[in-house]
Design a protein around this ligand. Structure first.
Ligand code: ADP
Ligand code: MG
Length: 704
């Protein structure tokens, strides 16, 4: 607790079977083989796997582990685990030994029939396999279950189709590496052996008090408030963002950091976010698949630590109406294994031809596949943010900043960029303060896809969502653009001329994707429409972008998804949407019928009694009578809206699962939900606080 210090260097990655630990514990030749497979792919021999498994088990057991699990990421968007203990069949004296074989390390076979597969696996064919992703280290999870050895794995069907989010991500990383290598080779880089996609994801979250949380069925079942009148104070004072962190939250953050550091997650920054009770944590960037795994660990740990602090962590994209929701900024870049960041413009980007080619390719990729990027950032909760009066807009555009935009403009207009705007010095105007070197570019917080110095920040991703899909899409679309550019340039007789022409061509064709203005403005929506940029307003509308001819061609070409895998994902998305809204609707119905209406009925009774009593005493009861009138009419509206919602849910339930049903949920059920919420929220503002059945927004957000 307070003041109790821990040595970060000592605890960091304590619970991770790091490369260092492998080196220490494995015979040299075995370690070499493992390292080679990690770096260049391929398979471990069973003998080697046995040796690795034994070393891993010994380390785990020494640290208290009793079980292991193949930890995987099904299409639910969260992680799955089934624990197996290391216990073996006892010998005749009744003694057991702890064992773990290479076979068990490399391959698992969970019953796959209860995970969403979108028809990829007939129900009678339940076989699914998990395979160790050697590039993401095994780790020990300490929870109430004891210590569990977690082995990050990919999850595939009997016939090899991906049933998870990791498999396509790994495929996309290979694709972008291969194509990016072709690009760097054109610029005479012969040393690089691979190009690695790096990701750093900033995670936003809310914390609420456990007691209050448990009194709200909507938070318990849906992860967000389905009713709730605004508190007198919201985020208008802008006093929470970067504000002093309250003691209770600080203690939580301290524990959270410690847990994450032990798991090798580089928790780096922490701060209060814009909305009351909202916070953020960002790690240092790392290889994409590890970053994806770590983000899952972050989300899981946030929830677990909150429980220990008698709080609950809300990762939903929109837990409260009227204040900011939560997202996840996905910072993405590409670097060679020799340490060159392909997205680093250097001091004079106008002269950095390789960078300009990479930039031109990314412009092309993002413009060509804006719909896919938008899809990758959609989930049910994110519909409340994207395109719904909140950051960021649903339209994909790219922010380059003044300096690069100017370079692109010159290239498009004249084919050469002679000059480049410089950063200069920021004068503080105070003699005792240093003058600061200024970046060449200011920031733009309204852009969904912003260049921030040496990386792109994809800001659309939802806080509860896995970051696997966005990064799979980014890698895939950029791989395609690199491939097409390399196809042309490798054949060019005069490389300098050809690359110059190609940059100009791509930038000219795709300059419409660049927008440096205010992404929240009404004008931008009109302007984007004029430019022909897609404005996909919801998750269900985004789904079909996965199976357009353009998308299928892209994914099949780079072996990231087969058509069948894409179709299965579409199906899963429609189902997920329908099921989620159904739960929300049923929760509202339950709350309204069994708690809100009865509470208001009781309140009207007490008002009516008051009216009679006051009148009987010979006084004026007109205020009481008027209030009774208002409450009664709100009650009537609530009842009508409730019945409408009940009918809509019944109708939806009778439909066949799929696209049409998902759209019905969005268009009819969601509308009926909003119609029910309105009269209830109005009632909340006039009914006596003690009579209201739930903690209010004020209680939830300001009394943590
Ligand atoms: P900003 O101020 O632009 O938000 P930060 O340096 O705070 O930038 O980084 C935000 C996130 O971006 C962090 O998670 C950080 O590790 C990550 N990041 C920084 N550089 C890169 C990079 N080259 N590739 C991917 N992510 C990066
Ligand atoms: Mg940032």
């Amino acid at each position: 607790m307070m003041g109790e210090a821990f040595n970060v260097e000592e605890i960091f990655a304590k619970n991770v079977f790091t490369l260092g630990k492998m080196k220490q514990r494995l015979p040299k030749s075995v370690f070499k083989e493992v390292k080679a497979v990690m770096d260049r792919g391929g398979e471990l021999s069973l003998e080697t796997a046995d040796v690795v498994a034994k070393a891993m088990k010994d380390w785990a057991v020494e640290n208290g582990a009793t079980h292991y699990t193949h930890w995987f990421q099904p299409l639910t968007g969260i992680t799955a685990e089934k624990h197996d203990s290391f216990v073996t069949h006892p010998d005749e004296e009744g003694k057991t030994i702890m064992e773990f074989s290479g076979k068990e390390l490399i391959k698992g076979e969970p019953d796959a029939s209860s995970f969403p597969s979108g028809g990829l696996r007939a129900t009678f064919e339940a076989r699914g396999y998990t395979a160790w992703d050697m590039t993401s280290p095994a780790f020990l999870k300490e929870a109430a279950t004891g210590v569990i050895l977690c082995i990050p794995t990919a999850f595939c069907s009997y016939t090899g189709e991906a049933l998870d989010k990791k498999t396509p991500l790994l495929r996309s990383m290979e694709a972008v590496s291969e194509q990016a290598l072709r690009i760097v080779r054109l610029f005479k880089n012969e040393q690089a052996e691979k190009v690695v996609a790096s990701v750093g994801s900033e995670q936003e979250y809310f914390l609420v008090d456990k007691e209050k949380y448990l009194k709200r069925p909507d938070l318990v079942f849906a992860g967000r408030t389905l009713f709730g009148a605004p508190a007198p104070k919201g985020q208008e004072m802008e006093d929470h963002y970067f504000g002093v962190i309250r003691e209770r939250i600080g203690a939580y953050m301290k524990d959270l950091n410690e847990e994450l550091w032990k798991l090798g997650v580089t928790a780096k920054t922490q701060h209060n976010e814009v909305a009351p009770a909202q916070h953020e944590l960002a790690p240092i960037y790392e290889t994409a698949n590890i970053a994806v795994d770590h983000n899952q660990i972050v989300m899981e740990t946030m929830k677990r630590v909150a429980i220990h602090h008698d709080m609950r962590c809300l990762l939903h994209e929109k837990p409260f109406a009227g204040v900011n929701g939560s997202g996840k900024h996905n910072n993405w870049s590409l670097g060679t294994d020799t340490g060159v960041n392909l997205l680093d413009p250097g001091d004079t980007p106008n002269e950095n031809i390789q960078f300009l080619l990479v930039l031109a390719c990314i412009m092309k990729a993002v413009d060509t596949h804006a719909d896919l990027l938008r899809q990758s950032a959609s989930d049910v909760g994110n519909d409340h943010r994207l395109g719904a009066n909140e950051a960021p807009p649903a339209i994909i555009s790219m922010f380059l900043g003044e300096q690069l935009e100017d370079v692109v403009r010159q290239l498009v207009e004249t084919g050469i960029a002679e000059t480049c705007k410089e950063g200069g010095v920021l004068e503080t105007g105070v003699s005792t303060l240093p003058n600061l070197a200024k970046d060449a570019t200011d920031r733009n917080r309204t852009s969904p896809f912003a260049f921030t110095g040496n990386k792109f920040e994809f800001r659309m991703v939802g806080s509860a969502d896995s970051i696997a899909s966005p990064n799979t899409i980014l890698n895939a679309i950029v791989a395609e653009a690199f491939c097409e550019a390399a196809d042309v340039l490798e054949k060019a007789a005069d490389f300098d001329l050809a690359v110059h022409d190609l940059i100009k061509e791509y930038m000219t064709k795709h300059q419409r994707i660049i927008f440096n203005g205010n992404g929240y403005s009404e004008e931008w929506i009109k302007e984007a429409e004029r430019r022909g940029l897609p404005n996909i307003k919801s998750m269900v509308e985004a789904v079909e972008s996965l199976t357009t001819d353009k998308a299928v061609k892209l994914f099949e070409k780079f072996h990231i998804f087969t058509k069948a895998e894409l179709e299965s994902r579409e199906e899963v998305l429609y189902e997920t949407y329908a099921k989620t809204i159904n739960i929300e609707a049923l929760t509202m119905i339950d709350m309204a019928s069994r708690q809100i209406i009865p509470a208001v009925v009781r309140y009207t009774k007490s008002l009516a009694d008051t009216v009679i009593a006051v009148k009987g005493a010979g006084a004026d009861a007109s205020v009481q009578a008027k209030l009774l009138d208002q409450v009664s009419s709100g009650l009537a509206q609530t009842k009508t809206a409730l019945e409408k919602l009940q009918k809509a849910v019944e109708e939806a339930g009778a439909m066949q699962e799929g696209k049409e049903q998902a759209f019905f949920y969005k268009n009819v059920v969601c509308t009926a939900m909003e119609d029910l919420r309105r009269p209830v929220d109005r009632l909340e503002m006039i009914v006596e606080k003690e009579a209201w059945p739930y903690p209010t927004y004020g209680d939830l957000m300001f009394e943590v």
